[in-house]
Design a protein around this ligand. Structure first.
Ligand SMILES: [Zn+2]
Length: 89
């Protein structure tokens, strides 16, 4: 049994249609759309910081180490892909 990408609750498969559901409800699908928007904004911010590291522009201490910024960027991109994959289902 699959779990909802948004709330992680098990999804009841609708038999016969052959289509795999990715969200348990319309509410979760809507919430995922909003999360896509927020994740996009987060990625934009992280890319800007990563660019500063690349160009050797001084970066505020609060952003931490370059490798941590890149790791977080990677995490957010994976989450975005996961959410976008669900938009077809
Ligand atoms: Zn859900």
């Amino acid at each position: 049994m699959r779990n909802c990408i948004k709330c992680e609750q098990p999804i009841e498969e609708n038999k016969g249609t052959g289509r795999k559901k990715v969200y348990c409800s319309v509410a979760c699908r809507r919430a995922a759309e909003l999360e896509i928007k927020r994740t996009n904004e987060r990625i934009t911010g992280l890319e800007r910081i990563a660019e500063n590291y690349r160009l050797k522009i001084p970066v505020l201490d609060v952003y931490g180490k370059e490798e941590d910024v890149l790791a977080e960027l990677n995490r957010q991109e994976n989450r975005l892909k996961e959410l976008l994959a669900g938009m077809n289902g």
